[in-house]
Design a protein around this ligand. Structure first.
Ligand code: SF4
Length: 365
């Protein structure tokens, strides 16, 4: 066990006030040989920040309304360039049909995300969101900072104005997609045409200032170093100190299947995933919810994650196409998530996107 882990565990056991972890200490913890000790510490911090036995999840659907994209990120197996015969754009009626089906299945939210399509301006999104909101009581947790930046470019608008208009059209919250690693040296290798790290953070700050809540993600295990992962988390922590606008942090590991990085990159190991998840819980002392990524790790590791600092198991994903394009299974259902959470010794709670409770699956009640 490293000295930093030992001193943090002693402090927690003696119920001393938590002291903020420095960046170099977090890098050291990412190499921690005592995985179970690290998990014990992260689980204890989870109990301090989110007391109680509940583990939350949401029933929702990812609708990827277009796969046409000009960005061509090296880690993406989903997109097709403009003019490609497999490119598609769903009609409003097709999206509405999927939304109706989601509501019928007990879903409470939609995550609408697509490629950076040069022909789709802000009125497309305003019309789509207005149609959905007037038809169904679903939360719209949709788009991402790169999509906001791209729409702003298509229409010659400021990103703040794009956010304001989409919020008025029904956008409830903004997912943290497109963060990858918030270090431009890494971004220039894996997503050179996407908004830079400062731009991603600026758009999140603007969303928070408009009263919109967001999440932050981190896609790790591509070409970044451990110090880059910590730099990413530091930038999220600094903005959270300023705005308190992030509802959750979701670290997920890059899946190289069918991407142009596949020959160069080995997928992150399970141990690397669990260490990174635990360090996220410890380092991000100002973010309440840490979400396990069962989609990229599988449900069994998702279950283990609940003992490594995660308090949320994401969503059932009635539909998902982006990660699925790498060859992974990305769907489950409420019964399966309930079984997984109970099997880990917790009480499953279905939540809405804003973490309000929909249903508690408590065997005792
Ligand atoms: S990750 Fe998003 S922006 Fe990048 S190529 Fe895929 S669809 Fe386009």
């Amino acid at each position: 066990m490293s000295s930093i882990l030992g001193s943090l565990l002693r402090a927690v056991e003696q119920r001393l006030p938590w002291r903020r972890i420095k960046a170099d200490e977090a890098v050291e913890l990412l190499h921690e040989p005592d995985l179970l000790g690290l998990g014990r510490l992260a689980a204890e911090r989870r109990r301090q920040i989110v007391p109680g036995p509940q583990v939350t999840f949401v029933v929702d659907r990812n609708i990827n309304f277009t796969n046409i994209c000009t960005s061509g990120c090296a880690f993406c197996a989903f997109f097709r360039p403009p003019g490609h015969p497999e490119g598609y754009v769903l009609s409003t009626e097709e999206v509405l049909e999927k939304a109706r089906e989601t509501a019928e299945l007990g879903g409470t939210g939609l995550m609408l995300q697509g490629g950076l399509h040069p022909g789709l301006g802000i009125t497309y999104y305003e019309d789509l969101f207005c149609s959905l909101k007037s038809a169904l009581p679903l939360d719209l947790h949709s788009l991402s900072p790169p999509e906001i930046a791209y729409i702003a470019g298509v229409d010659g608008l400021e990103t703040r104005e794009v956010l304001r208009r989409l919020q008025a059209a029904g956008l409830d919250s903004l997912p943290g997609g497109g963060a990858e690693i918030l270090v431009d040296r890494v971004r220039s290798r894996i997503a050179p045409r996407k908004v830079e790290a400062d731009g991603w953070l600026r758009i999140m700050r603007e969303a928070h200032e408009l009263g919109m809540r967001t999440t932050a993600t981190m896609m790790f295990g591509s070409v970044e170093s451990h110090a880059d992962r910590v730099e990413h988390m530091l930038r999220v922590r600094d903005l959270q100190d300023e705005t308190a606008g992030f509802r959750a942090f979701i670290p997920w590991s890059f899946q190289p299947g069918h991407t142009s990085l596949e020959p160069q990159v080995e997928p992150a190991t399970v141990l690397d995933y669990l260490r990174t998840l635990a360090v996220a819980r410890l380092f991000l002392d100002n973010v309440t919810n840490i979400q396990a990524s069962w989609v990229t790790q599988g449900l069994k590791i998702g279950q283990v994650s609940l003992h490594f600092g995660a308090n949320d198991l994401g969503s059932t994903m009635i539909e998902e196409n982006v990660v699925a394009a790498t060859g992974l299974r990305t769907r489950t259902n409420t019964a399966e998530l309930v079984r997984v959470i109970e099997g880990a010794g917790f009480v499953p709670v279905q939540r809405r996107n804003d973490y309000t409770v929909v249903r508690k699956f408590d065997r005792a009640t």
